[in-house]
Design a binder for this molecule. Structure first.
Ligand code: PLP
Length: 450
């Protein structure tokens, strides 16, 4: 068994070689930052590591702490840093745009905004050609739900239990885990049974779960709905792939009830799932509205809603405006991100490396009883820990311990899911097979010490 001495784990696997290291750090100490955080930052901003991680630089799929120690960032800033930390092309686009025009207003003509809107629209199927920029995923989903309500003249929205769609008043209603809700008023929001193949009663039978949406419409509304909103793979909820056949059946039902289908691609979009650019594409459906954020700006605050010209028309009924949505620096970054994804074939890489990593994690399941399930697609993978495979008893404490030990070895993953017992693996899409091996070896070692 490996023996741990301070932050050096004896017998630990070695990080793949990397020919860059940051300059010596000369800023405030971790204790000084922690003291300021405690005094000035909201107490809701907590961390899960025993010793807080102090990050000072990022390069590609790696983060560096104040001592220069390198970490494999397998969380990617919550599935956000898709091109890798500080990608030179994205940095150059941001710097260049910042020097020329940092902000004006989306009401004036500017190429950074128009070019990115055109490039985004070209990535979407059908008539999803009209873009509205926001600053975050929450705002994008708020807007999408508002558009659906305006367009249909209906108020009822159906989302999935266990979903995360944001934390403003409307989206918090659609978000569906008690831990994320703050006495929100959610009139007209209904939560459907989650089509969760691992924990759900109907296992992988998507059509059986879809019946619940029909029941909600028949017994909980006047027969019409404004929208159904869902992620293609639930991210914060614990990397839950929707049971096959679920989305096509539900989309049909919603259309019959006069509603719109909203695909929340905040996490699963932007090439992350490897097989497709958008998560919904794997389900063979075409949404009416698509929302995105996170990966779209590689870490720059940016979100977007795309819909059809016919639906977008409803926004002309009032004045709908967003000061920072479409800021030229953010959209310049977005355009650079799209180009990098293409130039470096990062979607293909997510597919190849993600499939390899999933295979290796699945092998690890044969070795460690604690692993109850390995799931996800591309570089959006989940590993659920349970103390009893039959009963699927969540191994919450063990998850925290393994996460902490992996950090000591040099791998950052995050936990999620309703019980906090799922590792969420959502690294930058430039993740390599060597990184995958290192992650698996680090998890193997940490699980062996349980
Ligand atoms: N939708 C999904 C699927 C998310 O995962 C998140 C955030 O984690 C959001 C929406 C909200 O995005 P933001 O935190 O940018 O407001």
């Amino acid at each position: 068994l490996a023996e741990q001495k301070s932050d050096v784990v004896v017998g630990a696997p070695e990080l793949p070689p990397f020919d860059w290291s940051p300059p010596p750090y000369t800023g405030p100490t971790s204790d000084e930052i922690l003291a300021k955080r405690k005094q000035y930052l909201s107490p809701s901003l907590f961390h899960f590591y025993k010793t807080p991680l102090h990050v000072v630089e990022g390069k590609k799929q790696y983060l560096f702490d104040e001592k220069g120690k390198r970490y494999l960032d397998a969380f990617g800033g919550i599935a956000t840093v898709c091109c890798g930390h500080c990608h030179p092309d994205v940095v150059a686009a941001i710097v260049d745009q910042t020097k020329r025009l940092q902000h004006s207003t989306v009401l004036y003509l500017n190429p950074a905004i128009a070019d990115f809107a055109e490039a985004l629209a070209s990535k979407l199927p059908g008539d999803l050609k009209v873009v509205f920029f926001t600053n975050s995923g929450t705002e994008a989903n708020e807007l999408a739900m508002m558009i659906a309500r305006l367009y249909t003249g209906c108020h009822d929205i159906i989302s999935l239990r266990n979903a995360y769609h944001g934390n403003a008043s409307g989206t918090m209603g659609a978000t569906a885990q008690s831990i994320w809700k703050f006495n929100v008023v959610q009139i007209g929001v209904h939560h459907a049974v989650n089509p969760d193949p691992y924990r759900g009663v109907f296992e992988s039978d998507g059509e059986k779960y879809a019946k619940d949406v029909e029941d909600i419409i028949n017994f909980g509304t006047s027969g019409n709905v404004a929208a159904f909103i869902s992620e293609a793979i639930q991210g914060v909820g614990g990397i839950i792939e929707l049971a096959p056949g679920y989305l096509p059946a539900v989309y049909n039902t919603i259309k019959k009830a006069g509603g719109l289908c909203i695909a929340d691609e905040v996490q699963a979009g932007f090439a992350r799932t490897g097989s497709h650019f958008w998560g919904f594409e794997a389900h063979g459906v075409v949404p009416d509205i698509v929302t995105m954020a996170k990966g779209i700006g590689n870490g720059i605050p940016l979100g977007a809603v795309l819909t059809t010209p016919e639906i977008a028309e409803v926004l002309t009924r009032r004045s709908y405006f967003n000061t920072f949505g479409g800021n030229p620096v953010c959209t310049a970054a977005g355009l650079a991100v799209l180009r990098v994804l293409e130039k470096e074939k990062l979607q293909q890489n997510a597919f190849v490396v993600g499939s390899y990593l999933k295979e290796r994690l699945t092998e690890l399941k044969d070795k460690h009883e604690l692993i109850g399930d390995v799931r996800g697609k591309g570089l959006m993978l989940g590993v659920e820990l349970v103390t009893d495979r039959q009963l699927k008893t969540p191994a919450k404490a063990e998850t925290l311990q393994v996460m902490d030990q992996m950090k000591e070895v040099g791998v950052l993953v995050e936990k999620g899911g309703y019980y906090g017992n799922v590792f969420r693996i959502t690294p930058p899409l430039c993740f390599t097979k060597e990184d995958a091996d290192f992650l698996v070896d680090a998890m193997d070692l940490s699980l062996s010490r349980m």
